[in-house]
Write a protein that binds this ligand. Structure first.
Ligand code: PMV
Length: 331
């Protein structure tokens, strides 16, 4: 089974005649509190475990897809991207698999309000916004579950970027992945805050795709991961339901550190941290020792994401002056 097969199952051949000249889609970035790390199927981005994230409200991607008889073009934040650049290649290969060889040529204009490839999940909001734009262009009117499945085919974590708030992506068990989609948890937590601490905005040395593959294949520590996720997921779900911020923070931080530990056990080793990342972690720990409820999580890059509550926003922002604070529920 490949991703073209999944597209045919969900949209058939409704890929040739756009319903309008331009389709639009927006999607939030998301930060996993319980990580997706490791695939059971590389072609369909089917995960070994479930995962759970918080979406970043207004931060994310806005995409316009327009019919372009002259040929395919790609722009990112207003600048044209050469067709052989990794960003365009990944996007065009997705369109090819999704829409087939007889598809109309398209102009894809993407705007990110987060740094691309800085470990802030821009591919997640990118593919979620693209799927929404295609749904609009072709007037597919797909339900949320199908949109989440199609976004997953572009980037695993994109399955979660279809939704705002807390989102759980079910691992699923089927070979065709029709049961591997994300859903929003029915929870509002207006005081919840995420702080983005950018240590380096440079593109990372190794992408999440290769890093997770190498970890699954070579790290003896990966065997412990599914059990760790199962326990953390339960804790995170319960903590969200009970608004128990400390229980949530502990589980999220421990989950992220364990993910990074599995990568360190890979060969060649995968280490996403820079010296400044470790410095920042220690800073968070020393704030916590002073009694502040602030925790961090990290993805496949050197940057930290802090989580805390509105009543500590002023003090956390003062301690981390370059922090970009997001209120996922509008605050
Ligand atoms: O969706 P991908 O292939 O970029 O993988 C994302 C992996 C992590 O960001 C490290 C974890 C996650 O769940 O988002």
């Amino acid at each position: 089974m490949n991703r073209t097969d999944v597209f045919r199952q969900l949209i058939g051949d409704r890929t040739r005649a756009p319903a309008k000249s331009t389709g639009r889609g927006v999607a939030p970035a998301n930060i996993a509190l319980c990580k997706y790390w490791g695939k059971r199927d590389d072609a369909l981005n089917l995960p070994v475990t479930a995962s759970l994230s918080i979406s970043l409200g207004p931060l994310g991607t806005e995409t316009e897809v327009s019919v372009s008889p002259a040929g395919d073009t790609v722009t990112l934040n207003g600048a044209s991207v050469p067709a052989d650049a990794p960003f365009a290649r990944r996007l065009l290969s997705y369109l090819e698999d999704a829409l087939g060889p007889e598809r109309p040529r398209l102009q894809v204009a993407t705007r990110n309000s987060i740094p691309t490839a800085a470990g802030l999940a821009s591919s997640a909001s990118g593919f979620a916004a693209l799927v929404r734009a295609l749904d609009d262009l072709f007037d597919w009117r797909l339900d949320h579950r199908s949109l989440s499945i199609l976004a997953r085919l572009g980037s695993g974590s994109a399955a979660r970027s279809l939704f705002h708030g807390f989102v759980e992506w079910h691992a699923g068990a089927r070979a065709d992945g029709m049961d591997s989609f994300a859903e929003r948890l029915p929870v509002e937590w207006p005081d919840f805050r995420v702080g983005l601490l950018t240590v380096s905005a440079k593109p990372k040395e190794i992408g999440s795709r290769d890093a997770m593959k190498r970890t699954v294949r070579t790290s003896p520590l990966y065997a412990a991961w599914p059990e760790k996720v199962a326990a953390d997921l339960e804790t995170v779900r319960d903590a969200i339901a009970a608004r128990d911020f400390d229980a949530l923070g502990r589980a999220a931080e421990s989950n992220a550190l364990t993910m990074h530990a599995t990568s360190l056990g890979a060969w060649p080793p995968v280490l996403f941290w820079l010296p400044e990342s470790v410095e920042r972690m220690r800073q968070v720990w020393s704030r916590r020792a002073d009694g502040w409820p602030v925790y961090f999580t990290m993805d496949a890059g050197p940057n930290l994401k802090l989580i805390f509550l509105a009543r500590h926003e002023a003090s956390v922002a003062a301690a981390f002056p370059d922090l970009a604070v997001v209120a996922p529920f509008g605050g």
